[in-house]
Design a protein around this ligand. Structure first.
Ligand SMILES: [Zn+2]
Length: 167
């Protein structure tokens, strides 16, 4: 009889401890109560860390957008005064609408890029540290995270990036 490697899905023979295809452990590592608690705590902490970073990124892009909008308005007002233009209201409105449009896509782009960077730089090394220390296969950590977190929790959404090739 054969079984399936939880890491890569290749077939493995009964009695194999490691997958001959990807090298991952096939049998879950048994953890002590304290080790299990440590992993759960880390998963919760990392998720909170990512939520904090998300808020920081949004705040940062909003501040930049407000600054751009504000200086633009000031410039238009000055130009309006210098040129003695009657179209200043139209100029202010058009400019504000433009900033609003750009702000929405800029915000989304900064958030996604920023969170990916944060995940690779801050989150992933901590996951690797604990899986290395407890000799935990990645798929077992993923299973624990899936149990620990809700489906829409930020960390869970980013977990799959680990299997993507790194630049
Ligand atoms: Zn495998």
């Amino acid at each position: 009889m054969t079984k399936i490697c939880p890491a890569c899905g290749a077939e493995a023979f009964d009695g194999d401890l490691e997958c001959s295809f990807c090298g991952s452990k096939i049998i879950p590592v048994s953890l002590s109560f304290q080790q299990r608690e440590d992993v759960s705590q880390l998963i919760q902490d990392l998720n909170q860390l990512m939520i904090k970073e998300k808020k920081r990124l949004l705040r940062q892009t909003d501040l930049v957008s407000i600054a751009v909008w504000f200086f633009g308005i000031v410039l238009i007002l000055i130009a309006g005064m210098l040129l003695d233009s009657n179209n200043i209201h139209l100029g202010l409105l058009t400019f504000s609408a433009m900033v609003l449009l750009i702000w929405r896509s800029y915000r989304r782009k900064c958030l996604v890029n920023g969170l990916i960077r944060f995940f690779r730089k801050e989150t992933e090394p901590q996951i690797r540290e604990i899986t290395d220390r407890l000799m935990l296969p990645c798929w077992q950590f993923d299973q624990m995270a899936a149990r620990e977190l809700k489906e829409d929790d930020l960390l869970r959404k980013f977990m799959f990036f680990r299997s993507l090739p790194r630049k």
